[in-house]
Design a protein around this ligand. Structure first.
Ligand SMILES: *Cc1c(COP(=O)(O)O)cnc(C)c1O
Length: 402
């Protein structure tokens, strides 16, 4: 194995746009991004607008889901009016699944299987229960290599996370989308762990559907609503299953008959979450300004440094994420038998990473604000903690090292 450490500048300009917690090293950006300084201002603006303009403040607010959706569209290579902000990722998955099934009922009416990655975060298949599970069957695959065997002319659609949250493996969007299209099935990409971290081009691969959250690498506040992408070719064929008033052609007519609005707005259900969407609006700007190519370059360089130093200083940690660039994203999963205890001691030293039971630690680097020196300092500390944990020689005095 050889290591290349790229001499890349940390972009201080971008880091200065975030509230960086004092004396803290933060590797949880894949779970909750840090707070953009601008967000307080934009939230206050919305509140002022509401105070001053009462009912008229709707006029601006109602346009936000599509306006901000189109901004996210630029990060994922969507065309205009293919991306919109609405609801949570789980709910958007439901809409994508329902729409896939409805379109395939017209196109390939005899198909019955839905493919799902066994380790998928969101095995949210309530829809199948609604449709009666006898009618459709879910088939689980364990790895990309098995997919070819699972793809046949019975497949309606496949739901796959671009990055597996557990071991951090990045799947090849182009290769897999092509494979799925060969059997005339649809693919729903879950981009939760890749949007804002990896350049994505959904138009290039002619992807069908995608969803993703905004509170991870897009730094848009806890529980900010998610986005949904629907390729133009699938808009207006039928309507999505969660028929709410805002997806209606004339929402304010309050008509008893459902007439779907033409285009991506049909994927709205009800009133948009205006305050958090205004935060997404400003935080996505930071990512767009920095540019996905540069973000990816720094992400890989940070990852290289991390892997290099861990190999040198913490050899008892085993890297679970693939080493190759094309198979890794910005998060690295490590296995260690004392992972839980080590992570508790790390937190006492203000070093934050995610622990997944029973023995995985996830270190997510966010190129917008993670510094190379953070990695150096973190691993110096982790190495010291590991020594103490392994020799069971821990006392409170160990907490103070920095
Ligand atoms: C974070 C995450 C979600 C979150 O789903 P919500 O419904 O928005 O809570 C879903 N899927 C994946 C893969 C995630 O990482």
């Amino acid at each position: 194995m050889s290591y290349k450490i790229l001499p890349l500048q940390t972009n201080r300009q971008e880091r200065n746009k975030f509230q960086i917690p004092l004396n803290t090293i933060y590797f949880c950006g894949n779970s909750l991004g840090l707070c953009p300084i601008e967000s307080e201002k934009v939230v206050n603006q919305i509140i002022q607008e509401w105070e001053q303009n009462h009912i008229h403040s709707w006029n601006l607010a109602i346009q936000l889901p599509l306006k901000v959706g189109n901004k996210i569209g630029k990060l994922i290579g969507a065309e205009e009016n293919e991306t919109i902000i609405a609801d949570s990722t789980s709910i958007n998955l439901f809409k994508c699944l329902g729409t896939s099934i409805a379109i395939q009922k017209i196109k390939n009416p005899n198909r019955r299987s839905i493919l799902l990655d066994r380790e998928n975060f969101s095995n949210d298949l309530g829809l199948l229960k609604l449709l009666s599970t006898d009618e459709y069957k879910v088939r689980y695959f364990d790895d990309e290599n098995q997919l070819e065997d699972f793809l046949n002319d019975d497949v309606v659609c496949i739901l796959l996370s671009h990055v597996n949250y557990h071991h951090g493996k990045l799947y090849n969007i182009k290769k897999i989308t092509e494979m799925v299209h060969k059997v005339d099935a649809f693919i729903i990409w879950d981009l939760c762990h890749s949007v804002g971290s990896v350049p994505i081009n959904l138009t290039e691969v002619n992807a069908d559907f995608a969803v993703g959250c905004t509170d991870k690498y897009l730094n848009s506040s806890p529980g900010a609503p998610a986005f949904i992408y629907v390729n133009k070719k699938h808009q207006n064929v039928t309507w999505q299953p969660l028929t709410g008033w805002l997806g209606h052609q004339s929402p304010f007519k309050m008509s008893k008959d459902y007439e779907p609005i033409v285009g991506i707005k049909n994927f709205l259900v009800g009133t948009p979450e205006v305050l958090p969407i205004s935060i997404i609006d400003c935080s996505v700007e930071i990512t767009l300004d920095a540019g996905m190519q540069l973000i990816r370059k720094k992400s890989l360089a940070l990852g290289d440094l991390f892997i290099f130093l861990m190999t040198e200083k913490c050899p008892s940690f085993k890297l679970v994420t693939p080493f190759e660039y094309e198979k890794r994203e910005s998060h690295l999963s490590y296995q260690h038998e004392n992972a839980n205890e080590i992570s508790k001691w790390m937190r006492k030293r203000n070093i934050y990473s995610d622990f997944i039971s029973p023995d995985i630690l996830i270190f997510a680097m966010t190129p917008l604000y993670t510094k190379f020196v953070d990695i150096w300092n973190a691993i110096e500390n982790i190495s010291d903690i590991v020594k103490n944990v392994e020799s069971k020689n821990f006392d409170e005095s160990c907490v103070s090292l920095n």
